[in-house]
Every structure is written in structure tokens, then in C-alpha cells.
Design a protein around this ligand. Structure first.
Ligand code: PLP
Length: 347
């Protein structure tokens, strides 16, 4: 082992911007001639690619986002690691990219985390964000599936911040993903295409957008890069059913399971934007929130649709806060892990 393992990294853990700083080491494996190489862990450094590398041209890039936590008992927990591996392979399949063997993904990330364990500090507000990704590296300008890839993992410190409730705008011009498209895959192109509408919404004074279905522009799909959920009447958790235009969020899935335990009824079904607006107009209690690994939940304060603003229920007794606390407690070992979500490293 080496000397950096015994000292706290030279980094201000209290005060930093997410995603700008990586830890000291990264993981790399290469795919060539139909096979993944063993992984290598090295200091974080620039990589060199040919300008002909296919990732620059035809969008074969896939990523994941998961987190490691320091448990109450000192162990390191990678939350729902296997689910993230499976989803990464579904994304890779959709983008005609080769799957990652389970050992390469899981053991590789475990080893990287062991070497970077000083970055998983014991602080309930802190987590280490794990960003695995695969890019096409074959040198070729013809449109085709690459025969060569790189799998890499970088780590970045993250702090839970108070998430100010969001003012969201229902996007009625642009769409995120259509049926038959690649919206269910975490591939780079989906995010590139979402930036312009997002920037426009910001300019108009909103924090985020709600995406509607591509065909009828009637049914709610997601909010920004999060899944969207609603709690009706304080006890009905309602969320759009998964489809190939909705990302199968692992936070969403976890919240649905915890909600059942907590006595909520759970409905996965089409949700028309009109239904939500109508309920709010009728004076019903409607909670709305985004769900994703980064923030767990992001409460929504107002929904603006066709120029009208609808206010949601945000009081301290809102069910979404209960679900968020429950999920956070499972991740650090303070609530029973009934589903085997915690992947503990033996350090
Ligand atoms: C990653 C992502 C989510 C949330 O997924 P989690 O597994 O909960 O982090 C939701 N929507 C989109 C578009 C995403 O990229």
C-alpha cells in the first residue's frame, strides 16, 4: 500500500464546487479485438486520442453515476452497485457498444475506492460520486459501431446541499426523447440535446424543465435529468411508468420500494400534465419532486404550464422528505437494508 492512504487528501472538504475536482486516481480498461483488457489504476491524467476517434463524431458514449458513503460503522458502501452495472450494460447495448463484465465494473471500482478510501470521509452530508464511462476510440470516419473502446472511472467529492425547491417550466416545444429513441440509455447525446431548452428556461427565470412525451405533448416524462414523482393526498405516490423514453432511475426505484414500506400506495402510470394542473387548481394537495443519485430528491415548488403557475405542497410534513430521509438512512446503515442495496467494501 502507499503513503497517501494514511493521510487526509489536501482538499477543502467543506467548501467546493461539485464535479470540478477529481480524486487522485482513475481506472482505465481498453476494449480491442472483442475483449476487455484488465483494468489499470493510475494517477488522474489526460488521455490521448486520435482526432479520428469515433466518440468525437458519432456519439457512442455511455456513462453512469453512483455514490460511495462512509457507513456509521466505518465501512465504505457503494449504493446499489450491481443495479448500476446492469443499467450501464443496458445503455451500452442500446448504443451498440460491448457490455462490461461484472468483475471489471465491480472489482475495478472496488479497488479504485480502496486506493482512494481517504476521499470517503465520515460526514453525513458527504459522498464520493463515482463516474464510470465508456467511449468509442476506434479511428474511423465512416459511420459505424466502433471496434475499440475505453472504459474509465473517475471519482469526485460531493456534498449534500440544501436543495432549494425548484421552479419548473413544462417544456412544450422541445422534447427529450421519443419512443423508439435512446432516452432510456445514459448516453451523452441525450444530455447535449437537452442543454438548449434548459438554458432557455433559465433565461426565462426557471430552474428546471419538465419534459412531456414526444408524440402527444400531454404526458409527463421526466424533470431535467431526474425522474419525476408526485405524492397525491399525502399518501399516493404516482410516477410515470417506465418506457424507452424514460431513464430507469435507481433512486426512483428505491423510493418506490421504500414508499410501499411506508404505507404509500404506488402508481406507475401515464400522468397527463392536465391532471396535475387540474388537481392543484381544485385545491388538492400535490407534492412534486425530481429524483436522482445526485440530490436524492429535489422538491418542486411551482409548475408553470402554458403561462400559468401552479403551486405544490411543500410543508415540512410532506411525504417526500420522509422518503428522502429513509433512503439516506439506508445508505449509511441507519435503516435496515431489506433489499440488499448496500455493497460494502471489505477494507
Ligand atoms: C441518471 C438519470 C436519472 C436518475 O437516475 P438515478 O439512477 O436515480 O441516478 C433520471 N433521468 C435521467 C435522464 C438520468 O440521466
Amino acid at each position: 500500500m502507499n503513503q497517501t492512504e494514511t493521510q487526509r487528501p489536501d482538499f477543502d472538504f467543506e467548501n467546493f464546487t461539485f464535479g470540478v475536482q477529481s480524486t487522485d486516481r482513475m481506472l482505465v480498461a481498453a476494449y480491442q479485438k472483442g475483449e476487455w483488457s484488465a483494468y489499470r489504476i493510475s494517477p488522474v491524467q489526460a488521455i490521448s486520442l486520435s482526432p479520428l476517434a469515433m466518440c468525437f463524431h458519432y456519439g457512442q458514449t455511455v456513462f453512469e453515476g453512483l455514490k460511495a458513503f462512509r457507513m456509521a460503522d466505518g465501512k465504505i458502501n457503494v449504493f446499489r452497485m450491481e443495479s448500476h452495472w446492469k443499467r450501464m450494460n443496458r445503455s451500452l447495448e442500446r448504443m451498440a457498444m460491448p457490455p462490461l463484465p461484472q468483475d471489471l465494473f465491480m472489482e475495478g471500482i472496488e479497488e479504485l475506492l480502496k486506493q482512494e478510501s481517504d476521499w470517503v470521509i465520515d460526514d453525513p452530508e458527504y459522498s464520493l460520486y463515482i463516474r464510470p464511462f465508456v467511449i468509442a476510440t476506434e479511428k474511423k470516419l465512416g459511420v459505424d459501431a466502433s471496434q475499440e473502446y475505453l472504459f474509465m472511472v473517475v471519482l469526485s467529492p460531493m456534498r449534500a446541499y440544501y436543495n432549494k425547491p425548484l421552479k419548473v417550466k413544462v417544456e412544450t416545444d422541445y422534447i427529450r426523447a421519443a419512443r423508439g429513441g435512446a432516452g432510456a440509455a445514459k448516453n451523452g447525446g441525450n444530455y447535449g440535446a437537452s442543454l438548449l431548452p434548459q438554458i432557455n428556461a433559465k433565461k426565462a427565470g426557471f430552474d428546471q424543465i419538465i419534459w412531456l412525451d414526444a408524440k402527444e405533448k400531454q404526458f409527463i416524462e421526466e424533470s431535467g435529468t431526474m425522474n419525476i414523482l408526485f405524492i397525491l393526498d399525502g399518501n399516493r405516490l404516482v410516477t410515470p411508468a417506465l418506457s424507452d423514453s424514460i431513464l430507469d432511475g435507481i433512486t426512483r426505484d428505491s423510493l418506490l420500494k421504500l414508499a410501499e414500506e411506508e404505507g404509500f400506495s404506488v402508481e406507475e402510470r401515464p400522468i397527463a400534465i392536465e391532471e396535475i394542473c387540474q388537481r392543484i387548481e381544485n385545491g388538492e394537495r400535490v407534492e412534486a419532486f425530481g429524483a436522482g443519485t445526485a440530490a436524492v430528491i429535489s422538491p418542486i415548488e411551482t409548475i408553470s404550464y402554458n403561462g400559468k403557475s401552479y403551486g405544490t405542497y411543500l410543508a415540512a410534513d410532506a411525504g417526500m422528505y420522509r422518503l428522502k430521509n429513509q433512503l439516506s438512512s439506508v445508505r449509511v446503515g441507519k435503516h435496515p437494508d431489506k433489499y440488499g442495496w448496500n455493497h460494502l467494501l471489505d477494507t
